[in-house]
Design a protein around this ligand. Structure first.
Ligand SMILES: Cc1cc2nc3c(=O)[nH]c(=O)nc-3n(C[C@H](O)[C@H](O)[C@H](O)COP(=O)(O)OP(=O)(O)OC[C@H]3O[C@@H](n4cnc5c(N)ncnc54)[C@H](O)[C@@H]3O)c2cc1C
Ligand SMILES: NC(=O)c1ccc[n+]([C@@H]2O[C@H](COP(=O)([O-])OP(=O)(O)OC[C@H]3O[C@@H](n4cnc5c(N)ncnc54)[C@H](O)[C@@H]3O)[C@@H](O)[C@H]2O)c1
Length: 470
């Protein structure tokens, strides 16, 4: 058995909670070990938010070139046929990622955090064995009274016959593709599938989304789903909804065929590449949780209480690995919950907190608080203000007229929730979130002075459309 090294805290996984927590604990004088089996920065930096939004920027520029005449700019010769230089776009993205990783590693080591590169697994409640990535290093046992699990998730691959026998792509692999797919078929129309669909369509690929549910984003109101679908369809993304994929095969030409039952009968979708984006699984199966007695749910997500503590004393789980909404800002807030409890003696629940989120397509979709569906489910009385983006002055000037703003207001005139589909949606949503946090009544926003001409100015006008919900 390897000799063990004692720490005050061990963090498993360099995710969006683990990194700032390591720094904060080290700054407070604790001896901290951070173990990462792949790349520092976790999913957000390496195969999540940052690479996708960096590549989406390339896709958006291509789109702007193609659509220049819409704002009376000269047509770019050959713009309609423009294709992304994917190798160059991926190199731009990789340079940014390398810079982020280097900065992160420097700040962790600068703070005095001991970094371990290797796979970590529990051998006991507060003992973790690190199997180093590189031979000939021997395994190391680390012990600490506090252990934080921040191991995130990986792509879930559905059990579709034939899928395992074809060279399908996960989101992580797609981010490194150097040649543009001729026809990308995407299994799964969730956040990831939707953002990638527009990215590759604008890069120049044909794109088809095959989604299990009869509509995209099942949890959202119908008008939100329809508006997003219409926006993507306008770009040329194709959809096969309500599709039960039951076979995948590869022809002699290397092309892949996905066969699905739909309400309209059997559909065969043939493409050159297949992306699987059907949700994510927690990285807990090889974490030795059984040796520590740490409880998980039936899908393997670590069970935690309101304060992110597991059933084992001193062991916490932060970020995507404990289930619930999978967003960088939520993982980061997990860090704040734990930091405040451990370093500042302030207990705050990780359950009762706002949940803003955005889908970074065009049109963007941004959400906060209750949807109409949720308000009805909870029998929460509400009035709703819904206004087309096309009526906003800023939209008329820029030509970005797609979508709508929808804000729900309670009987006390306070904002219950909102959905914005359209340009700058996620930025405007932040303002509604601040209004909700400050418990402002809607007339305050209606009468507030906003700089002209901004998107935010429409907060003056949206509430003129308030109607009692039926
Ligand atoms: C394609 C994509 C796009 C996304 N876009 C957005 C977005 O726009 N906005 C947003 O808010 N969220 C987005 N997300 C979600 C977001 O990336 C995650 O919610 C966020 O990064 C939270 O991660 P985390 O802190 O749980 O851990 P992660 O960042 O997932 O980090 C976990 C780390 O643990 C390591 N690890 C796992 N097991 C072990 C082990 N046994 N030993 C050592 N190390 C281990 C992993 O290698 C990984 O580095 C996106 C995700 C994906 C996949
Ligand atoms: N902009 C953002 O904030 C952003 C962007 C990307 C990812 N993320 C996070 O990453 C997480 C994972 O994203 P995701 O898109 O993989 O998961 P998801 O759960 O959002 O969507 C998966 C989709 O795949 C469908 N599906 C599942 N099995 C299927 C099958 N066999 N055939 C066809 N369709 C199937 C589901 O119905 C669902 O619509 C999200 O929960 C999100 O929190 C966030």
């Amino acid at each position: 058995m390897p000799a063990s090294t004692k720490f005050d805290a061990i963090i498993i996984g360099s995710g969006q909670a683990g990194n700032p927590l390591a720094t904060a604990l080290a700054a407070a004088g604790r001896k901290v070990a951070l173990i990462e089996k792949a790349q520092f920065g976790g999913s957000c930096v390496n195969y999540g938010c940052v690479p996708t939004k960096t590549l989406l920027a390339t896709a958006e520029r291509l789109h702007l070139l193609r659509t220049a005449p819409e704002v009376a700019a000269p047509a770019v010769l050959g713009a309609a046929g423009l294709r992304a230089d994917l190798a160059a776009a991926v190199a731009r993205k990789d340079a940014l990622l390398a810079q982020s990783r280097q900065g992160l590693e420097a700040s962790l080591t600068g703070a005095g955090v001991a970094l371990f590169r290797g796979h970590a697994a529990f051998t006991g409640p507060r003992t973790v064995r690190v199997a180093p990535n590189e031979a000939p290093h021997a395994p190391r046992d680390l012990t600490a009274p506090l252990v934080f699990i921040n191991t995130g998730t990986r792509p879930a691959v559905p059990d579709v016959p034939g899928l395992a026998d074809v060279p399908y792509l996960t989101t992580t692999q797609l981010l490194d593709l150097k040649e543009l797919p001729e026809h990308l078929v995407i299994l799964g129309g969730g956040y990831i599938g939707l953002e990638f669909s527009q990215m590759f369509r604008r890069f120049g690929s044909r794109v088809t989304i095959v989604e299990h549910s009869p509509q995209l984003l099942e949890r959202e109101d119908d008008d939100v789903c329809e508006a997003l679908k219409a926006g993507l369809a306008a770009d040329g993304v194709e959809f096969v909804l309500g599709a039960e994929a039951h076979r995948v095969s590869r022809g002699p030409d290397g092309h892949l065929t996905l066969t699905a039952h739909t309400h309209q009968g059997e559909r065969r979708v043939r493409g050159t590449h297949l992306l699987v984006a059907t949700g994510r699984l927690p990285n807990t199966d090889d974490l030795g949780l059984g040796f520590a007695g740490i409880a998980t749910d039936e899908k393997g997500f670590v069970q935690v209480n309101d304060f992110l503590q597991t059933n084992v004393r001193g062991v916490y789980a932060l970020g995507d690995v404990h289930g619930g909404p999978q967003f960088t800002h939520i993982s980061y807030d997990d860090y704040r919950v734990v930091r405040d409890a451990l370093l500042h003696g302030k207990r705050r629940s990780a359950r009762r907190r706002p949940l803003p989120y955005g889908i970074f397509t065009e049109p963007q979709v941004a959400r906060i608080g209750l949807s109409e569906g949720q308000a009805r489910e909870q029998q929460q009385p509400y009035r709703v203000a819904k206004m087309p983006v096309a009526s906003i002055g800023r939209a008329q000037q820029t030509g970005e007229c797609t979508g709508f703003w929808k804000v729900l207001v309670g009987p006390d005139d306070r904002i219950l929730g909102a959905a914005i589909v359209g340009a700058a949606a996620a930025e405007v949503m932040a303002m509604l979130e601040i209004a909700m946090a400050g418990r402002l009544k809607y007339p305050v926003l209606q009468e507030m002075i906003f700089a002209h001409p901004t998107w935010s100015e429409a907060l003056n006008t949206v509430f003129r459309h308030l109607k009692t919900a039926r």
